[in-house]
Write a protein that binds this ligand. Structure first.
Ligand SMILES: *Cc1c(COP(=O)(O)O)cnc(C)c1O
Length: 400
């Protein structure tokens, strides 16, 4: 069947008609447990009553004005993000890539504004993902994402995460900043050790470099903390957010210290849609729920429960899964067979998961998932892996 959509996604043959909590129902009425949450977007699951109410109410009042005017809900959301983080100021965007673009521009501008326009290069890490705009594919450095799109946006130098020698060698008098995901998401749920983040902070402080965290996937409660940097206690100067922030409504944010943002004066950057009243109403509603300390404590508890159940799953299927990784409800199964085959087997068992780099299957359930739903998902995944084990024992590839 041909489609009018640009074929840049290899889509699974599933279409959903409605959702509720951690469940999705297809157009033909089949139910799936959603342990992908739209790639860590549906933080509060599907159709959370508080979010539906906030969107409905705002839809009847005002959708869009312009950033030429004041947007009180945006002021409020920014104030709340600042109060919950290291930051002093916020720029709203529509996506994660745009939040990173703002972070990259801000870091360059900081140095030019403080008399060092020669400092514009940014050190990034192998295996990173920062989005799909021209600058963010260069920041990510993944050859598959760069192929065929002409010369890279200059100014990004890549090193291996954890390699301090390579990092020090990559820093030159032209370096402005370091950008890193505290836990690599697309790269395969690879946690950056707290000790390395501490070194990054020291190196940045010694050399007046800005430390940028891409928390587009890790932020807004995903790891059991409002922001993943709380796990290490090492704060950045600039942080990109998106995915969970709107719970499914497209919104991103670039949070920064006053110092890092000092060059971003009136007219230096902008957006038409970013931070519009609809997005701000939903963002505030997400924070109403996620920033409750009791809610985050529950996410940490559920993360441990899921980790324990998955640990048993890994032990039971050593021919398919070799390792369990991650924090909170951002977990990964490192596989010995292509992760796409495991994801397909889970789809057959009516559990949705997401493949990632480094042979990893990501489990990113909505943060409101229940213990029963976690138990059921793991039971279904266990059965799916049993079936895969049998096929492998018969010498068949998982896909045959
Ligand atoms: C998803 C993601 C992005 C890109 O976000 P978009 O909204 O797709 O532009 C950037 N960085 C990280 C870490 C992500 O997970």
């Amino acid at each position: 069947m041909s489609s009018a959509l640009l074929p840049v996604f290899a889509r699974t043959d599933l279409a959903f008609e409605h959702g509720e909590g951690a469940w999705l129902t297809t157009v033909t009425g089949e139910r799936y447990l959603d342990f992908g949450a739209g790639i860590a977007v549906n933080a509060l699951g599907h159709c959370h009553p508080h979010l539906v109410e906030a969107l409905r109410e705002q839809a009847g009042k005002l959708w869009h004005t312009s950033n030429l005017y004041k947007i009180p809900d945006g002021e409020r959301l920014a104030t709340r993000l600042v109060a919950a983080s290291f930051g002093d100021t916020v720029f709203f965007t529509n996506s994660g890539a745009e939040a990173n673009e703002a972070a990259i521009k801000m870091a360059r501008k900081y140095h030019s504004y403080s008399g060092h326009p020669e400092r514009w290069r940014i050190v990034a890490f192998n295996g990173a993902f920062h989005g799909r705009t021209l600058a963010t594919i260069s920041a990510g450095g993944n050859p598959k994402h760069l192929d065929g799109f002409g010369p890279e946006v200059p100014g990004f130098d890549h090193v291996a995460p954890g390699d301090e020698q390579a990092l020090l060698a990559a820093i030159t008098p032209e370096t402005a900043a370091i950008i890193i995901e505290p836990v690599q998401g697309e790269g395969g749920i690879r946690e950056v050790p707290a000790a390395f983040l501490r070194r990054l902070r020291e190196i940045c402080d010694e050399r007046d470099l800005l430390l940028i965290y891409d928390e587009v996937q890790t932020g807004i409660g995903r790891t059991g903390h409002a922001f993943a940097y709380e796990l290490s206690g090492v704060a950045p100067d600039i942080m990109a957010l998106a995915k969970g922030l709107g719970g499914g409504f497209p919104v991103g944010a670039c949070v920064a210290t006053a110092k890092a943002a000092s060059g971003m004066t009136a007219g230096s950057h902008g957006t038409t849609f970013g931070g519009n009243p609809l997005a701000m109403a939903v963002g505030n509603a997400v924070l109403d729920v996620v920033l409750e300390p009791a809610f985050l404590k529950e996410v940490r508890r559920k993360g441990l429960v899921l980790k324990q159940k998955l640990g048993a799953l890994v032990d039971r299927h050593p021919n398919i899964v070799e390792e369990l990784r991650g924090e909170g409800l951002m977990l990964g199964l490192k596989c010995l067979i292509p992760p796409g085959e495991v994801v397909s087997a889970f789809v057959d068992a009516h559990v949705l998961t997401v493949p990632a780099g480094d042979n990893v299957v990501r489990l990113l359930p909505p943060l409101i998932v229940s213990d029963d739903e976690m138990a059921l998902a793991v039971e279904r995944m266990d059965e799916a892996l049993d079936a895969l084990d049998k096929r492998l024992a018969q010498g068949l590839s998982a896909a045959e």
